[in-house]
Design a protein around this ligand. Structure first.
Ligand code: SF4
Length: 259
């Protein structure tokens, strides 16, 4: 048997936005727009599709020399318009790359301007995550994105007082789609089918069956309606190899959901 060297099999584990992409791909009708140069999204598409053996779409704002000098506001707004028109997603995850972070683009301000200018964006949830890759790793990118998703939807202003007695299960980035499916099967057998909320759930989006149909966004992922109600659950479990599960901490400190 050939001995494998994992530093060469998975070389881009140090890339923070890659973790963010993995988190967004586990929620319903979600598309990722990477704010930075085109090479980053190409690299991640290639790496993720090699790893999961699935086609992976990641849009890019394609910052060039001009954007690097004058700022990427124009590219980001154009990228958002293109993603909305072509993919019709319910959620767009805007994740930054080394370049966007180095030039110091104020993504929050650009997104506020975009919402004011473009009424087509009213029905789309746009969630930004700051993921400079010269610090931390894909693990942190995943943790930050899941935290941003939970904060966004729990503050969405619905269902504050409807206790649902469910269990939140917030996964770590190392849990494979197959493991997710098995964990869901085990939990269904123990506490029942609708007694838990899994986030993110890439068991179908990163492990889709061959249907012969080309899907722009794969069906599956955690339903948005479930994420909204995570704040009303009975408890949360964070699964992962790091103890830094920010989403679980946030649900505990802000909504008193025991972790
Ligand atoms: S430049 Fe940064 S964000 Fe882009 S692929 Fe490399 S490490 Fe990742």
């Amino acid at each position: 048997m050939t001995e494998r060297n994992y530093t060469t099999v998975n070389p881009c584990v140090m890339c923070q936005p890659m973790g963010s992409v993995m988190a967004f791909k586990g929620i319903e009708s979600s598309m990722v727009l990477m704010h930075g140069s085109q090479g980053c999204s190409t690299y991640m598409r290639l790496h993720l599709s090699h790893h999961f053996r699935e086609p992976v779409d990641i849009a890019s704002t394609s910052l060039s020399e001009r954007g690097a000098v004058y700022g990427g506001s124009e590219n980001l707004k154009k990228g958002l318009r293109n993603v909305i028109t072509r993919y019709h997603p319910k959620v767009i995850g805007v994740t930054t790359t080394c370049l966007a972070e180095t030039i110091g683009d104020d993504v929050g301000r650009i997104l506020t301007e975009f919402r004011e200018e473009d009424k087509n964006a009213d029905d789309v949830h746009i969630i930004s995550v700051s993921t400079p890759s010269y610090e931390d790793s894909h693990t942190t990118g995943f943790i930050k994105a899941v935290d941003a998703i939970v904060r966004h939807f729990t503050e969405y202003g619905m269902g504050n007082d409807i206790f649902n007695n469910k269990l939140n299960v917030v996964l770590g980035e190392h849990i494979a789609p197959e493991d997710t499916r098995e964990l869901k099967r085990i939990l269904t057998a123990i506490i029942g089918l609708r007694s838990f909320i899994f986030l993110p759930d890439a068991s179908e989006t990163f492990d889709a069956p061959m249907t012969g149909k080309v899907e722009k966004i794969f069906p599956g992922g955690t339903p948005l309606s479930d994420i909204i109600y995570m704040k009303n659950c009975a408890a949360s479990i964070g699964l992962g190899i790091t103890s830094d599960n920010r989403a679980v901490d946030h649900l505990e400190t802000k909504y008193n959901v025991p972790a």
